[in-house]
Design a protein around this ligand. Structure first.
Ligand code: SF4
Length: 265
């Protein structure tokens, strides 16, 4: 059996790879680059390579970032989720697997999903079939979010900097189109230049969508007053600046107070 770990740049998939190496000795790691990541994500990948003494295969999607992907297809979603995630991550990884691991029956894909993500695990198993799939964070002792971060700290890793600011995921520099209003208020405060870039790109996308005669679609939706309206990043910034909307930091993940311990390192 050959083992391949999908590395996202987050803590979960990093631990997934380390646990797989501990158990199997060999496991290739593959990272699909959205070219929209926080610079510290790449530092974290470099640290993983130094720690393991192995290279991570980096699929660079010809340098295309999420916004280039949205513009190219005049859409933000593929109908069921983020278009960039589907094209730059899922399709890129699938093409890599088919080329380098054509023997699906004898290949197991390892994914960094935790024990609290059963529904997603079932969905991903269907997607990667006929490849086998496994979830090393669910091996005993099972590891939840805070255990995962502890695992890395105990091995001397510096966690990706987005976690220090309470972002739940280290993807797309926190500026994720699937994140809600609260997190985007956080991006505006923490990374104003990142927000400004997304705001300008969204305005460009709104023009493209209008030119194509498509239904207007914004990243965010405004549900105030019981109505469900489009709500651009520009409108959000103007509302925050005029204090018509007060940012709420409750979305940020709190530091872990879990007392769970385990003994696998
Ligand atoms: S982090 Fe968000 S915006 Fe980036 S690829 Fe994933 S779903 Fe899309």
């Amino acid at each position: 059996m050959r083992y391949v770990c999908h590395i996202s740049g987050g803590a979960g998939s990093a631990v997934c790879w380390l646990r797989a190496l501990d158990r199997y000795g060999e496991c290739e790691a593959v990272f699909a680059n959205t070219n929209s990541e926080d610079p510290d994500l790449y530092r974290f990948l470099d640290d993983l390579e130094k720690y393991t003494g192995r290279q991570i295969v980096r699929l660079n999607n010809d340098g295309q970032d999420i916004w280039a992907c949205f513009r190219k297809h005049s859409a933000f979603t593929n109908g069921s989720g983020c278009l960039a995630s589907w094209r730059l991550k899922q399709l890129a990884l699938k093409a890599f697997q088919q080329e380098h691991y054509p023997d699906a029956e004898n290949t197991t894909i390892l994914i960094g999903m935790g024990p609290d993500e059963e529904d997603r695990q079932i969905r991903i198993a269907k997607k990667v079939a006929p490849y086998h799939v496994d979830f090393p964070l669910c091996w005993e002792p099972r590891l939840w979010n805070c255990d995962v971060q502890d695992f890395l700290k105990r091995r001397g890793f510096t966690l990706p900097s987005l976690y220090d600011k309470g972002y739940p995921h280290n993807n797309c520099g926190g500026a994720c189109i699937m994140a809600g209003i609260a997190q985007w208020c956080g991006v505006l405060k923490d990374y104003p230049e990142r927000f400004a870039h997304a705001e300008a790109e969204e305005q460009q996308m709104l023009k493209i969508i209008a030119e194509r005669g498509r239904v207007e679609w914004t990243i965010l939706k405004d549900r105030r007053g019981g109505e469900h309206k489009t709500y651009s990043l520009k409108q959000l910034r103007e509302d925050v600046e005029a204090k018509r909307r007060l940012p709420d930091d409750n979305w940020r993940t709190k530091s872990c107070s879990c007392m769970f311990t385990w003994g696998d390192d």
